[in-house]
Design a binder for this molecule. Structure first.
Ligand SMILES: C=CC1=C(C)c2cc3[nH]c(cc4nc(cc5[nH]c(cc1n2)c(C)c5CCC(=O)O)C(CCC(=O)O)=C4C)c(C)c3C=C
Ligand SMILES: [Fe+2]
Length: 425
């Protein structure tokens, strides 16, 4: 099962070329899911969460591998539903309790990602459904290492992010000892996983904060395409592609990392920066289309650079317009954040949108659950955000409200739980 699952992951990446293509994800998931769905459910018997006598659609049947070199949910195509949740270890809980928790969580994640029921007291919320591309991704925050007596094994890359002048952060909704990212292409499957993992936490850890997000559903557009965010922009075009030679180096910690041997447990892992970024949508929507496009430096309809071509055409950053000014403005978001403007700094952005209701002033509490992945935040998020903080035209329309940085270890080998190399190494 693992082998065929790995094959699917590989063929999906080849098909997609980018994880930002939510529409493409639908197509590729369909292609892969049809094949895998057959083997996933044959013989799953009463342990299956599907309980379905008939065959599942490719959306429901598609399964993502739990085991592998890297955890699922990093290069997995964007799913339509997401939950981000941070936990703090309970008073008195230390390394032993943390190891037992990660063991429980891993077994639950493995089973649910295979379309099976939770190991204990399944709530039945996902009955009838297949795995629906469920992924569960686990990470450790800076404070986890003090709580577990493991500070000698805490990598420098997990040092707190610097302050940024435009930050408006809520400490209660930031950081946390442990972080879990859940994604699925079905809302009930995602919620089912959230409930099961929270129950697993038991007396060992309690929820610090939790956020819910969404993306476009696979198959919603006529043709596969990159995702749109709540400002209406095509968002994800410039992401590093798994097909590029330096992709792994940029996103995953190398096996023989630069750090001391005590940090070797992070080989194959990645660092996630998580920011709740509120969009000031009333102000944004009041801007004429041409202004919105100048703010980003790309057209809203197609995502093409303002210097011409299609979505994937490179930006001509030196091009000067008839008014004698750069066609892509000096403060355009896409210019400032581009790797060539930041000494090659790059990250894999894999966000969810959020909408948490409408405030008393009538404005939506909505925006982006910005999640980005990199081998080292000091060569990814930090230099880019420093630059954006100094002069991004988009700043007037967004507000960073919470922040977290997590060390996300490698994917587990068969029989291993996530984080075992840290907790038992
Ligand atoms: C520090 C990193 C970044 C934050 C925070 C961020 C917030 C943010 N971005 C958009 C919308 C778009 N971003 C786009 C490109 C883009 N953004 C970042 C980084 C951050 N964005 C990077 C590295 C890039 C790629 C640059 C490149 O390689 O060319 C785009 C253009 C399309 C694309 O490439 O994805 C849009 C649109 C919002 C709305 C937002 C906060 C809410
Ligand atoms: Fe951006």
């Amino acid at each position: 099962m693992t082998e065929s699952n790995t094959d699917i992951e590989i063929s999906r990446r080849r098909l997609l070329g980018t994880v930002g293509a939510a529409g493409a994800a639908g197509l590729a998931l369909g292609a892969a899911g049809g094949a895998f769905g057959q083997s996933a459910f044959a013989g799953s018997g009463s342990g299956s969460a599907s309980g379905a006598a008939g065959s599942l659609s490719s959306l429901g049947a598609t399964q993502v591998a739990f085991h592998g070199d890297h955890q699922a949910g990093i290069t997995t195509p964007l799913q339509s539903k997401g939950h981000l949740v941070a936990f703090d270890l309970a008073a008195g809980a230390g390394r032993t309790e943390a190891a037992a928790l990660l063991r429980r969580w891993s077994e639950t994640a493995r089973r649910l990602m295979a379309g099976e029921t939770a190991p204990t007291d399944d709530t039945g919320v996902a009955l009838d459904a297949g795995p629906s591309s469920l992924t569960v991704t686990f990470g450790f925050g800076h404070s986890f290492f003090e709580r577990t007596g493991l500070t000698a094994r805490r990598p420098a890359a997990l040092d707190p992010l610097p302050d940024f002048s435009s930050d408006n952060l809520d400490a209660q909704r930031s950081n946390g000892d442990l972080w879990v990212q859940i994604g699925a292409n079905d809302g009930l499957v995602a919620f089912h996983a959230l409930r099961a993992l929270q129950k697993d936490a038991g007396q060992a850890a309690r929820v610090r904060w939790q956020m819910n997000g969404f993306n476009r559903s696979p198959g919603a557009t006529a043709a596969p395409m990159t995702a749109r965010n709540l400002m209406g922009q095509i968002d994800g075009t410039g992401n590093p592609k798994p097909s590029e030679p330096d992709f792994d180096k940029r996103i995953f910690v190398p096996a023989a990392g630069p750090g001391p041997a005590e940090h070797a447990w992070m080989a194959g892992g990645s660092y996630a920066v998580v920011r709740r970024i509120r969009m000031l949508l009333d102000a944004w929507d009041a801007q004429p289309l041409a202004r919105q496009e100048q703010v980003i430096g790309r057209t809203k309809a197609t995502g093409a650079p303002l210097t011409g071509g299609g979505e994937t055409t490179e930006m001509a950053l030196d091009k000067i317009g008839v008014d004698g000014k750069p066609v892509i403005a000096a403060n355009a978001h896409a210019r400032i954040s581009a790797p060539e403007q930041n000494g090659g700094a790059a990250m894999l952005r894999r966000p969810f949108s959020f909408h948490d209701g409408i405030g008393p002033d009538g404005a939506p509490d909505a925006g982006l659950l910005f999640v980005c992945w990199q081998a080292d935040p000091l060569r990814g998020f930090v230099p880019v955000q420093r630059k954006l903080d100094r002069g991004d035209a988009l700043s007037a329309f967004i507000r960073h409200e919470s922040s977290g940085l997590y060390a996300v270890p490698a994917g587990p080998r068969t029989g291993e739980y996530v984080g075992q190399r840290l907790l038992e190494g």
